[in-house]
Design a protein around this ligand. Structure first.
Ligand code: HEC
Length: 477
């Protein structure tokens, strides 16, 4: 029994650890890892925060200001963490962390230093005036002190609610944290899971409904968890009238590909994305919720005109399938088109238009390859499977997705913004109808770009992770 457990743990470590090990398992499809190396870096950030930060500060400034004694390459940092310098007060972490965890910690620290990301975000970028192709942008730092701001909304009075993936929801007024929202459900914070997206009902002013997604266990941690949708109302910064509207099944302990984005169509429906949870077959099977976009009425019931309502065995909430890890979802109410972005494997990240009943092909067709470099599928197209509007090779690890609306950003109107977790920038896609005609990369190294929202007064807000910061984009002359 013990041994079995050990093997399982080892296998999980290998599964999560990625690159270094995958070469030992050529062509093994089980080893299709998260595109953005999200899980390992999230894990490393947690380890850093809980263990290293007590001596080295949370914001990496200890390292940034350091006259390095033992070298500052990834390898040097790894060695320092592994061996320690006990005589100088630096313990050895050889026993505390696995080799891969130490490597990931080294990578995290190295990346932070390379990109010069500090307490208040990027230091090598003059945020007062950033020249882009069409506009000069000032980046206002609106909110700091978070870890992974995954979802944000603007309340009618101007306050913001922000979901931190670590499992906390906060209320901000003019950038100041004025409350931590109480009454959240049990949230399973693990890997890419935690407290995820946040939306207000389109009629919020009248009905007060707040919708949010998170990962939860219906049985226990040992069995697993999956994406869950709840709605609730706010009463003095406490959630009341809580209703679970949707719970994706089956649950699994795999820590990644949870999807979790929510969007409303303004006609009484909402959509929620669920990732395939590391199992490609899920995405092609209609009897489970994973690897799908779901459509529900705003009270959680299934609309009678959903595409698979009459198909025996099918999950009736399914709107589309064949998705891998849909991290961006946006219903454009001007055109009645549902847009989605999702992570491919190594390469093959997609921007899609989602149509009812359609199959988006994962893992049968893809522009990506396996993490070990072997061919995943020779097919990039197949009859009965949809093609992306655009795709990215190598992977940018797309996240938040939004359209630019209003008139504050001349020249950007109708553009699609997509955040990149991996390359830490914002992509602006110029559109001609449903075609992307030009992509501009903006604000390189700003941080792992998670969420993009337009405020009611027409400004674009973006959130980045580790450290969690929310910026406002202000056009300047
Ligand atoms: C108990 C306090 C403490 C903790 C916890 C700690 N360190 Fe250190 N660390 C130190 C001290 C003190 C030094 C400086 C040692 C010296 O000057 O020789 C140091 C040095 C280092 C260095 C070498 C810096 C150089 O100049 O070359 C690295 C890298 C490092 N730590 C990484 C880590 C990592 C990663 C963690 C978490 C796994 C961690 N440390 C946890 C106290 C700590």
């Amino acid at each position: 029994m013990r041994n079995k457990l050990r093997i399982l743990i080892l296998f999980l470590i290998i599964l999560i650890s990625g690159k270094g090990y995958s070469a030992n398992f050529p062509g093994n499809k089980e080893l299709m890892l998260p595109a953005d190396e999200d899980t390992s870096m999230v894990h490393a950030a947690r380890n850093f925060k809980s263990i290293c930060a007590s001596c080295h500060r949370e914001d990496f400034s200890w390292f940034a200001k350091r006259k390095w004694k033992y070298g500052k390459t990834q390898g040097d940092i790894y060695t320092s963490a592994k061996t320690g310098y006990p005589e100088f007060g630096m313990p050895s972490f050889k026993k505390r962390f696995s080799d891969q965890e130490l490597k990931d910690l080294a990578k995290l620290i190295y990346t932070k230093l390379e990109f010069n990301i500090g307490e208040n975000g990027i230091k090598d970028l003059d945020t007062r005036r950033i020249v882009t192709e069409k506009l000069n942008i000032r980046l206002d730092t609106v909110i700091t002190g978070l870890s992974s701001p995954w979802g944000m909304v603007f309340l009618p009075g101007g306050d913001m609610l922000v979901n931190d993936r670590d499992g906390q929801m906060f209320r901000f007024r003019k950038g100041q944290k004025i409350a931590q929202i109480q009454g959240l459900p049990d949230i399973q914070v693990a890997g890419q899971g935690g407290l995820l997206d946040l939306r207000l009902h389109p009629n919020y002013k009248k009905n007060g409904w707040i919708y949010f997604s998170y990962s939860s266990c219906s049985v226990s941690k040992e069995v697993g968890w999956n994406t869950t949708l709840m709605r609730a109302r706010l009463k003095k910064n406490t959630l009341v009238d809580k209703q679970v509207l949707f719970k994706a099944l089956p649950e699994t302990k795999v820590g990644y590909h949870l999807g979790g984005r929510i969007t409303f169509d303004g006609k009484g429906h909402l959509f929620i994305s669920v990732g395939e949870r590391g199992n490609g077959d899920n995405a092609q099977t209609l009897t489970n919720d994973c690897g799908k976009i779901h459509r529900l009425n705003d009270d959680g019931t299934v609309p009678s005109d959903n595409p698979f309502v009459n198909q025996p065995d099918a999950k009736k909430s399914i709107w589309s399938y064949g998705q891998r890890n849909p991290q961006g979802l946006y219903y454009n109410t001007d055109t009645d088109i549902l847009w989605e972005d999702e992570h491919g494997p190594k390469g093959g990240d997609e921007l899609n238009i989602i149509q009812p009943g359609k199959n988006y092909g994962w893992p049968v067709i893809s522009f990506g390859i396996n993490y070990d470099g072997t061919i995943l599928t020779k097919d990039t197209a197949k009859v009965g499977m949809e093609q992306p509007i655009t795709y990215w090779v190598p992977s940018i690890a797309p996240s938040g997705l939004a359209f630019v609306k209003g008139n504050r950003y001349p020249g950007w109107e109708g553009n699609i913004l997509v955040g990149s977790l991996r390359f830490m920038y914002l992509v602006r896609c110029e559109m001609e109808g449903k075609t992307v005609t030009h992509k501009e990369i903006m604000f390189p190294n700003i941080g792992r770009l998670r969420d993009i929202e337009m405020s009611p007064d027409g400004y674009i807000y973006i959130s980045v992770e580790d450290p969690g910061i929310i910026f406002r984009l202000v056009p300047v002359p």
